[in-house]
Design a protein around this ligand. Structure first.
Ligand code: PHE
Length: 335
């Protein structure tokens, strides 16, 4: 009888290995453990055994029964799990999440700057990135011998065609083609052959231009103060420092108080307590001649700011190249 039990176990193991679905398992259960099943039939013959043999055989049979039962259960669990994933739909599983993109930090800052100037009554205009020498340099009163035309800084296609090095050529195009008064900003990409922790060959500027009879330096100051206090916060100090641009006179650069040291002087601000954020000035009369504005009562101001520079200062980013590496670990912080 012992060998018969052993045979049952072996044939069960073999048949179980071939079971492919839960119906197969149910058939096996009936075949071995059912009322007329192999094990059950064998157990009915226990009475024929010698009484002293019964306890031992009884124990082995019982173990076999438990064995068959638990293997059938385990196989049932596995097969029904398979069925859920391959053939059916398990509505209790969580859905598949979409990876959502987000607006690049430079475009976010750009939008913030644009909104702020639109609120002040500026319109947004655009100009070409592939420019001619006349709009990028000459009409801005930058003569041929000016260092800004240095081959190292400008990407040229030919002697007269280039990638704009700043957004100021849009000033010229707007003044050539518009009625006064003009109150515009011109955001966009600009290109310079430059690359280090604070320079990339492509970056973004926002040009501003307000031309109208009676506009003076105090208007420029008021507009730029509004800009600094909206973008960096109402308590951030700013100062106008005399500077030079061929197309503005007088010219200035605007600095804001260093946010790292609070004005005491540190490595980031070069111990000055100030950080430069933009260039500006009153439109040089020479420029009006190039664009054909003859009315001498007409005055105006212009400014140009670097968007990456604003973003770096606003978010304490110490390497401009991070904006263009497209490393999600960096970009995700701004989503
Ligand atoms: N175009 C200048 C630059 O790129 C900035 C500027 C714009 C200065 C307008 C004055 C007026 O450096």
């Amino acid at each position: 009888m012992e060998s018969q039990l052993d045979a049952i176990r072996r044939s069960f193991d073999q048949e179980l290995g071939q079971a492919r679905n839960t119906e197969h398992l149910e058939k096996l259960r009936i075949k071995y453990l059912g009322r007329k099943g192999r094990l059950t039939s064998l157990l009915r013959q226990m009475g024929k055994l010698e009484p002293r043999e019964r306890p031992r055989i009884g124990k082995i049979s019982n173990e076999l029964k438990v064995y068959i039962d638990s293997r059938l259960q385990a196989a049932g669990a596995i097969l029904s799990e398979d069925k859920k994933t391959s053939a059916g739909l398990d509505v209790t599983l969580p859905g598949r999440a979409f990876r959502r993109g987000s607006i690049h930090i430079i475009n976010q800052v750009l939008a913030e700057i644009e909104d702020m100037f639109v609120d002040l009554g500026f319109s947004v205009v655009n100009g070409p990135e592939v420019e001619d020498d006349y709009h990028n340099f000459e009409a801005l009163n930058i003569p041929p011998y000016h260092p800004a035309r240095d081959m190292q800084a400008t990407f040229y296609f030919s002697e007269s065609t280039l990638l704009r090095t700043h957004t100021s050529p849009v000033q010229i195009r707007i003044m050539e083609n518009s009625q006064l008064p003009i109150r515009v900003i011109a955001p966009g990409k600009v290109y310079r052959s430059d690359s280090d922790v604070s320079h990339t060959p492509m970056f973004h500027q926002v040009e501003g231009l307000w031309v109208e009879s009676g506009i003076n330096f105090s208007h420029l100051k008021g507009v730029l103060e509004a800009f600094v206090h909206t973008i960096f916060g109402p308590d951030v100090p700013l100062r106008f420092r005399p500077s030079y641009f061929p197309f503005t006179e007088p010219s200035a650069e605007v600095d804001i108080g260093c946010f790292i040291c609070g004005g005491k002087g540190c490595r980031v601000c070069g111990n000055t307590g100030w950080l430069e954020i933009l260039g500006c000035g009153m439109v040089d009369p020479a420029v009006y001649e190039y664009v054909g504005i003859k009315d001498e009562s007409v005055t105006g101001f212009a400014f140009g700011l670097g968007v990456e520079r604003v973003a770096m200062l606003k978010y304490a980013v110490d390497d401009i190249r991070l904006f263009f590496d497209n490393d999600l670990r960096f970009l995700k912080q701004f989503s």
